[in-house]
Design a binder for this molecule. Structure first.
Ligand code: AHR
Length: 878
């Protein structure tokens, strides 16, 4: 399909090489006169249209030097989360192959289905039985249990013991259901390997089948060679049917006892046919982004819940049976089958450099927050140097030799090391420098990356990661998990960055606040922000969306880029944004100016919360209502369910929620970032301390919220503030004199109506204020030159709900083709999203465009991202 709108307002539509007699015009274009005439193929309708007044202009300085866009600009952030690796990208079909899934991590305990760290941080720890994934199969009589006698090796201390009492009524065995079903395809072959041993009186071979849940057999094989000693056995199974929910069954034909461990089943068809490799559809989706780098192994998993729980890369290499695997911060145990070597290999297969994130002697500061001592730190630094040696060292070096032993004598392309993940504060500053110095001294070719605090919102220069300005930073990693409004209103964030300061890696970003599990609106917001990243490519050297994957059966993190189940996968609209930016990365970004209308949210939205400042207080009868409907009415007799305590000592007692820590700003929150137009009510009583209570509302869960401070400023005033902007605290409206008495219950009510906020204390209206929402342009753009194709690439994001006729001027390029290609990602519904059932509801459409040149008018679709590629004949080669 061809369409275009000339500078004279005429839009032409064609198909293939033929120009067609189609009258088609953008919405918002006014028809003045229509008549027919003939061009080229005899019958052509020519339509004289007068376009609606342009709403925007885009000016590209095509003759400028521009700024180099790094080939590493758009990369991948991989972390084991939501079963992204095990049960996802890693093609292993057997779940809990090593029988270690229910082991309690070192130093932690389990109570009532919760894992608890020494200092009381908690996480779910629920399993359906001691051997998740496994069940008894067959009609005969027998039993199975988890056994810790005579283990295969130290790394896998448990095995599955199957006791076959009688086979008179049929077979006895065990079945593995995989990760919510094994996807088996007709005609494809599957490699099974397992370790087994048997007692003396057991005779015969094992019978292995791939079956449906109801017992239809798709493939069968016999395995001989069972002995009283552990022995590795294998076979290949070829399936005669397709079933996304198949299972593996291992049966014994004789009575007796057998033990199984490290039971593994891999499709032979993996991505690039690597044995024990990657699931092809998921790996290909990543390859299609044309990633500039691969960051691994995370994320919070790098830090671990405790220090012992961190990723220990040396335990993730070598034979699978000697990798212990480990419990991860995201609520399950990983096999570490996708280990350090596999990540390096994956980067090589993607054709991009690798980025290793090391532990900096600190566990996750939002979990246990453990820190290595001064004496222990050297071992962490050495561990990182060893990791680099594994990737880059010669085969004569200790770790280079291990790499060769593991099948890769040539060095890998490890280019970046990030020193820690989301670490911040004084300890990070203390630990970072010796890591930096050791790495740079030994491997000057490695580019190091420093973390910034995950809740950092201010530009680097205003909120530097280190107090000491002499601490060297090559690249700083900024993370943004924020709302659409934030992304859109900060698309100019890097325009004013210090060109002499550290470069930036936007290491984790996703629009995940107020967008449920992700919407096209979120994707557009990311696209808007990315135009700012690309335009400022001299500062922003790299970026990676996070997290990438979600197995739809395990959603630990609700907004992700690619969803899948055992057999199907789809990219959210955010995936297509990443793909469009990745595949259409220019070599040089050109100065691009946009004029357009302004958009501003008409409603306030966000979670609610409670806080105190140097005060202990208690709360009861809290409710959130919208239009007479109760959204939230917690029963504090049942604890703090659905609350998140950030700081303080929050306890529930006698139906009251109490905050008992006398420190500054002790804070907990609850609810949804989608809540709007609500009434928040509660009763509050001060127990002791210097001030009153602080009620939080419109919390975007990304560090920005409104608060009503009642009895603040030394218990002298009430006032509403916005937190998390720039400056960090912005008073809204007038503060009024007032104080809070100890021991007295107060009635508190906050009413939100669009952007109006009314705050009542004991039924009396204290504040009636209008709150400004962030304003942002309706149109965002970035343009650049592509050396290989000599094309000008223009990316434009229209976040308005209507078409956007825009006058585009491209200066400094004499010969711009009149025809080009547009890739348009658009949906009339910004709340729409792709799904397993409708995987490409929102996907880019390719269109041919005519009427281009140094000046042209183009109408961008409502809610759209458009990539225009225009041939030039004298594009500069820099
Ligand atoms: O992407 C998910 C998590 O978000 C990462 O593990 C962490 O670095 C961030 O907090």
């Amino acid at each position: 399909m061809k369409h275009g709108l000339n500078t004279d307002g005429v839009r032409r539509v064609g198909r293939g090489t033929k120009t067609h007699a189609v009258i088609s015009y953008p919405e918002g274009t006014k028809i003045v006169k229509t008549f027919a005439c003939t061009i080229l193929s005899a019958l052509i309708l020519s339509t004289t249209l007068v376009a609606a007044e342009p709403l925007g202009t885009i000016h590209v300085d095509g003759g400028a030097d521009g700024v180099v866009v790094s080939p590493q600009m758009y990369g991948l952030f991989f972390e084991e989360i939501n079963h992204s690796g095990d049960g996802g990208l890693y093609a292993e079909l057997v779940r809990n192959r090593g029988l270690e899934d229910t082991q309690v991590p070192q130093g932690m305990k389990v109570e009532n289905g919760r894992l608890i760290t020494p200092n009381g941080w908690r996480q779910r720890f629920r399993h359906d039985g001691p051997m998740p994934g496994w069940s008894l199969a067959g009609e005969g009589s027998g039993s199975f249990e988890l056994d810790d006698q005579r283990p295969l090796n130290e790394a896998t201390p448990h095995s599955l013991r199957l006791k076959i009492d009688s086979i008179e009524d049929g077979r006895v065995g065990v079945a593995n259901s995989g990760y919510w079903g094994m996807s088996i395809k007709e005609g494809e072959a599957y490699d099974l390997s397992l370790y087994a041993r048997c007692n003396e009186d057991f005779e015969g071979s094992l019978v292995v089948t791939l079956e449906s849940v109801s017992g239809a057999v798709y493939a069968e094989a016999k395995i001989d060679g069972l002995q009283p000693q552990w022995n590795k056995l294998d076979c290949t199974l070829k399936s005669n049917a397709t079933d996304p929910k198949a299972r593996l069954v291992i049966c014994a034909p004789s009575t007796g006892t057998i033990w199984l461990d490290m039971v593994s089943l891999f499709p032979q068809k993996t991505w690039k046919n690597r044995p024990g490799g990657l699931r092809p559809d998921l790996a290909q989706m990543l390859a299609d982004i044309q990633p500039g780098f691969l960051r691994f192994p995370g994320g919070c998993v790098v830090e671990g819940i405790t220090l012992d729980n961190r990723v220990k890369w040396k335990e993730t290499i070598g034979p699978l049976a000697t990798r212990p695997g480990h419990w991860i911060r995201w609520g399950y145990r990983t096999t570490d089958g996708l280990g350090y070597h596999e990540f390096l290999q994956m980067a090589e297969d993607f054709g991009c450099p690798a980025m290793f994130v090391c532990n900096v002697g600190m566990s996750c500061q939002f979990c246990e927050g453990e820190e290595a001592t001064h004496d222990e730190l050297d071992a962490y630094i050495q561990d990182t140097l060893d990791a680099i040696e594994y990737a880059l060292g010669t085969v004569d070096s200790t770790w280079g030799a291990k790499r060769a032993e593991n099948g890769h004598p040539e060095p890998f392309n490890l280019k970046y090391v990030e020193i820690g993940n989301e670490n911040f504060g004084a300890t990070y500053e203390k630990h970072y420098r010796p890591f930096f110095e050791a790495i740079k001294q030994r491997y000057p070719q490695i580019t190091t990356i420093a973390c910034t605090a995950p809740f950092m919102r201010l530009p680097l220069v205003e909120d530097p990661p280190f107090k000491d300005p002499t601490v060297p930073i090559e690249i700083a990693d900024e993370h943004f998990y924020v709302s659409p409004d934030w992304f859109m209103s900060h698309a100019d964030r890097y325009d004013g960055y210090d060109r002499g300061g550290p470069k930036v890696y936007v290491g984790e970003y996703a629009c995940n606040k107020g967008v449920s599990n992700g919407t096209f609106w979120a994707a557009l917001a990311e696209a808007a922000f990315m135009t700012g990243m690309e335009r400022n490519a001299d500062v922003v050297r790299m970026g990676s969306y996070a997290p990438i994957f979600i197995n739809n059966n395990d959603s630990e993190w609700s907004v992700d880029m690619i969803g899948f189940d055992s057999s199907r996968s789809y990219g959210r609209s955010s995936y297509y944004v990443q793909k469009l930016f990745g595949a259409h990365r220019p070599d040089v970004a050109l100065p691009t100016r946009v004029t357009a209308g302004t958009r501003q949210a008409k409603t306030l939205a966000g979670k609610i919360g409670l806080a105190t400042w140097k005060t202990q207080a208690e709360f009861k009868e809290l409710s959130v209502e919208n239009d007479g409907k109760v959204l939230f009415a917690p029963d504090f007799r049942r604890g703090m369910r659905r609350w998140k305590a950030y700081s303080g000592r929050w306890v529930t007692e006698d139906g009251l929620l109490k905050q008992l820590d006398p420190g500054e700003f002790r804070h907990a929150s609850a609810g949804s970032t989608m809540w709007k137009d609500y009434t928040l009510k509660m009763k509050a009583r001060k127990i002791d301390g210097q001030e009153g209570f602080t009620i939080i509302f419109c919390d975007d869960d990304g560090g920005s919220f409104l608060l009503w401070n009642i009895g603040g400023w030394g218990n002298t005033q009430h006032g509403v503030d916005r937190i998390g902007g720039n400056p960090h605290v912005i008073p809204i409206g007038q503060r009024v004199p007032g104080s809070i008495e100890t021991g007295r219950w107060y009635d508190i009510r906050i009413e939100l109506d669009g952007t109006r906020v009314r705050c009542y204390l004991d039924g009396k209206l204290i504040h009636d204020i209008q709150v400004d929402t962030p304003a942002s342009p309706e149109l965002f753009a970035t343009a650049g030159r592509d050396r290989a194709t000599a094309q000008l690439i223009l990316k434009v994001v229209n976040v308005a709900d209507h078409p956007y006729p825009t006058d585009v001027t491209i200066n400094g390029i004499e010969r711009l083709a009149a025809e080009g290609t547009a890739l348009v990602l658009h949906s009339p519904d910004p709340t729409a999203e792709n799904s397993l059932e409708h995987p490409t509801k929102i996907a880019p459409a390719t269109e041919s465009v005519t009427g281009l040149g140094p000046k042209f008018r183009y109408t961008f679709k409502p809610y759209s991202m458009t990539v225009l590629r225009i041939d030039t004949t004298n594009v500069r080669k820099n």
